[in-house]
Design a binder for this molecule. Sequence first.
Ligand SMILES: [Mg+2]
Length: 213
Amino acid sequence: MPETARFLVVLDADSTLIRNEVIELLADEAGRGAEVAAATEAAMRGEVDFATSLRSRVAALAGVPVEAFARAIARIEPTPGVRELIEAVHARGGLVGVVSGGFHEVLDTVAPDLGVDVWRANRLVAADGVLTGEVDGPIVDATAKADTLRQWASEHGVPAHLTFAIGDGANDLRMMEVAGLGLAFNAKPAVRASADLVIGRVDLAEVIPLLPR
Ligand SMILES: [Mg+2]
């Protein structure tokens, strides 16, 4: 990874970088997929506090064996156009970051496979080979996403106006506000309403024409 970058593109993970919501794939392992999917929808629409919602959804994962991560990873579908977008960012001297309210246990495989340069997510607590239903450390919420975008920009010498944030959920709005350009992708109504630009097609290659040449 280069020390400095011309520009920075930060993507959300679930339903942005990938088509899935990883917490739903993990909840399926506990037989609680539908319930957790409904709670995730409400959180992404911005109807409930993200951190409170995440803690209660993670509690539903208690007892899921850590081998479930490999099964979840196998079910992940990268979003159409994601490889083209990441190649284009790199070809133009940019850096790609992913900041997620999801989990390092999955992103640590998926992000490098797709060519992402830096990533940050939550960590799940496990004991004796099973999830305890707790999140380890502070939650990556909307504020943490915005702070992470600013931190990566400053570490790599990227001015604020050359930062791009791409997301679908209410917890992406703050990073979209602090970015030079905030893009709603595959997004909930509240996110579309506040974004600088809305990308309607589920194809991340649509972002390429917006990048610096
Ligand atoms: Mg998302």
